[in-house]
Design a binder for this molecule. Structure first.
Ligand code: MN
Length: 705
């Protein structure tokens, strides 16, 4: 072990100072002693593993703190060494890193979704604090994957699955391309050994068959670029197995159908040369339409930049080409680690660091808003599998959104307030529905209204984590506030019935009540009442002092006034569709809050056995909302009768929400069902009077249930 270590220290001294090396030597001895007597599955002394992990990190030129932590990364977990000891010997930053990695190690991934989500969340939060923690963790996983052969197939499969689900996407998001590909390929070997074997064999055969073709294309490209005066390095490259496998699975292709197994990479000196090279190649072979991507003008979220194009090759095979500069190539391979690998003052590098930092901060923000880990994971998955569309703001700013993003996602990406208040959208100057999916290059203009609010239905189509979490957050807060307001009114009514009033309840009684109920605030009790989780009558009785004699004169309770503006706390029953003017009754149901029915609705009759859940309610004379109501008309079959009926309804200032027709074959009459929006009974009566004046209208009734 000593000799292996000594050889590595010699390697690392290529970029580290002598005093760094001596710290690493002592960390190695510390680790070796701590792991004394422990062995890996393969039979090697345990310390060979932390040494290998440190060596992976040294390939990215990570700093001494990170390398020291890598050498010690398993000591807290597997031996009796404490954080304080590490801190004393190697300093607090190293101890913090080891502690961060150890916390991630404790995570036993389970198949259970919630547990996994929770673990994933912890991992990302650790990463948000110091990205080196996750780099050590990724190197740790990479070495474990490289040495997975020693384990039972069952355990290999479990670890490979976890690597594919969690570690590979993180490596991808951080732009650590070479690790990302290696993790995926190793996972394929252990998860599906047979498929891997067949695929590897097919690729090998194809390599033999196409060697000549590839060689020819390579020569032609080189010659042509030279002729155009472009200094370039051109390589043929084989795609990694997992990406071929993924393509076959996603597009249901056989191996023979996956044509672009080979690809070419052109590395040139600067950005203008990239475009010259592109033009040169397009004049050599025809490009396949729709396959060109300019990731130089618009980099991917993980900082990746290149030009991608696919050409019709000389023998009918498509040829994929990536064109990039040396600098872009470095970032494409090492991503966020290029910060350590190339300690240049290059602006693209610091820009990448800044962007990664921003992304991690946004995770923390999202975390503090959603709390629930499954929800958090759902938000995050979108960010981790970046397949993006790029659209423009009216001022020409470019926004990257996940594929499938809609106008609402765009609105939230611009600003939370724009999202919360958006009512309409213009896409390329044309008015479109908010749910419209955006396409590359769309120019998007959001139209807002001061009092607009997010619609819960948006959750069915938004694609970005940000939009989803902001809408949920808004709805939760709003629902809570509305429930509190309703709860307050319901409680006051119950107290009035008992000869008291909300304003008369003493602080002390409230305090005792909330303490007994085990809740933090009065607001929570009120919200519970509004949501139907607690009954106002019960709360009211308990709030009144027990010793005091009951009120001699019990006042009539009075009704709770329904304004129609209670929002989600009050719902209007679908069965009887009450409208202002109808005699109504409120039924409190658990979790749903209050549902308003008409007096004569069968649901009300059934609910009579539970009087505490039934409430006396009355309409506010000034309701502002429009209510849905259904009518049925029987009309004589005449040309244009539907148009006449519809025109009459619209003329009376109502909206038609829905129309259905039922016509007997060869009959003289048709049944028409309309769902209308009306402000009250008077309004409905006006509409019905108007309809009766139409000669073809034979019968007309309001429909309930
Ligand atoms: Mn380890």
């Amino acid at each position: 072990m000593q000799t292996a270590a000594a050889a590595l220290f010699k390697d690392w001294s290529g970029y580290l100072k002598p005093e760094d090396i001596s710290q690493l030597e002592s960390a190695f001895h510390f680790s070796e002693q701590a792991h004394e007597g422990q062995f890996r599955q393969s039979g090697e002394p345990y310390v060979s593993h932390p040494l290998a992990v440190a060596n992976i990190l040294a390939q990215w030129h990570l700093d001494t703190q990170a390398l020291t932590a890598a050498l010690l990364h398993d000591v807290m977990e597997d031996t009796s060494v404490t954080k304080t000891e590490i801190s004393k010997s190697f300093g607090k930053p190293v101890a913090d890193l080891v502690d961060g990695v150890s916390k991630l190690d404790k995570i036993e991934f389970e198949t259970h979704e919630e547990a996994q989500a929770e673990n994933f969340r912890k991992m990302l939060l650790a990463m948000a604090r110091d990205v080196r923690v996750i780099l050590i963790k990724l190197a740790d996983r990479l070495h474990n994957m490289r040495t997975l052969d020693a384990f039972e197939p069952e355990k290999r499969r479990r670890i490979a699955r976890e690597t594919l689900d969690i570690y590979a996407p993180i490596a991808n998001r951080l732009g650590l391309n070479s690790i990302y590909h290696e993790l995926e390929d190793l996972s394929l070997i252990h998860l599906y050994p047979d498929r891997h074997r067949v695929l590897a064999k097919a690729v090998k055969a194809a390599r033999g068959n196409r060697r000549e073709v590839v060689g020819k294309v390579l020569d032609t490209i080189k010659r042509k670029l030279k002729g155009a005066g472009v200094e370039a390095q051109v390589h043929g490259r084989e795609k990694h197995l997992y990406s071929i496998y993924r393509k076959m699975r996603e597009k249901h292709l056989s191996f023979a159908q996956v044509e672009d197994v080979f690809a070419f990479r052109v590395v040139v000196r600067d950005v203008p040369a990239c475009y010259v090279a592109l033009g040169t190649l397009h004049s050599l072979y025809k490009p396949i339409p729709g396959r060109f991507e300019d990731y130089i003008a618009i980099p991917k979220a993980n900082g990746y930049q290149s030009l991608h194009t696919t050409l019709f090759g000389p023998f009918g095979t498509p040829i994929e080409v990536q064109i990039r500069t040396e600098e872009m190539h470095k970032i494409a391979e090492a991503g966020v680690a290029s910060h350590w690998l190339y300690k240049s003052s290059d602006t693209t590098l610091s820009e990448l660091q800044k962007k990664t930092h921003q992304w991690l901060q946004s995770l923390l923000e999202m975390q503090s808003q959603s709390g629930d880990s499954v929800e958090f994971l759902e938000h995050l998955k979108v960010d981790l599998f970046p397949d993006e569309v790029y659209v423009f703001t009216p001022k020409g700013r470019i926004l990257a959104l996940p594929r499938g993003a809609t106008a609402v996602d765009f609105a939230y990406a611009v600003h939370t307030d724009i999202g919360n208040r958006c009512v309409a959208v213009k896409i390329n100057q044309e008015l479109m529905p908010l749910r419209s999916e955006l396409r590359n290059g769309d120019r998007v203009e959001i139209i807002t209204a001061a009092h607009a609010k997010p619609n819960p239905l948006w959750l069915n189509f938004v694609a970005s984590g940000k939009a989803r979490s902001r809408i949920r957050h808004f709805l939760k807060t709003m629902h809570f506030e509305e429930s509190v307001q309703l709860g307050e009114r319901l409680l006051n009514q119950s107290l009035t019935a008992l000869g008291s009033a909300l304003a008369e309840i003493k602080e002390a009684h409230w305090d005792k009540f909330t303490r007994d109920a085990g809740v933090r605030s009065r607001q929570e009790i009120l919200a519970d009442i509004g949501l139907g989780k607690r009954l106002a009558a019960v709360v009211a009785r308990r709030l009144l002092p027990a010793g005091e004699p009951g009120p001699s004169e019990v006042t009539a309770p009075g009704s709770v006034i329904i304004r129609g503006s209670e929002g989600m706390a009050v719902q209007f029953a679908r069965c009887c569709q009450p409208i202002p003017g109808d005699p109504i009754i409120g039924i409190i149901s658990k979790g749903q809050g209050m549902v308003i029915h008409t007096h004569d609705c069968p649901v009300v009759v059934k609910a009579r056995h539970d009087p505490d859940r039934i409430l006396d309610v009355a309409w506010d004379p000034e309701t502002k909302k429009l209510f849905e109501v259904s009518i049925k008309t029987v009309v004589a079959n005449q040309r244009g009768v539907l148009a006449k009926v519809a025109a009459e309804i619209a003329g009376a200032g109502s909206n038609i929400q829905n129309v259905a027709m039922d016509r007997e074959d060869g009959g003289d009459y048709t049944d028409m069902f309309f769902t209308l929006q009306v402000s009250n009974r008077l309004h409905l009566a006006q509409i019905m009077r108007g309809l009766r004046r139409i000669p073809e209208v034979i019968r007309l009734t309001r429909v309930k249930g």
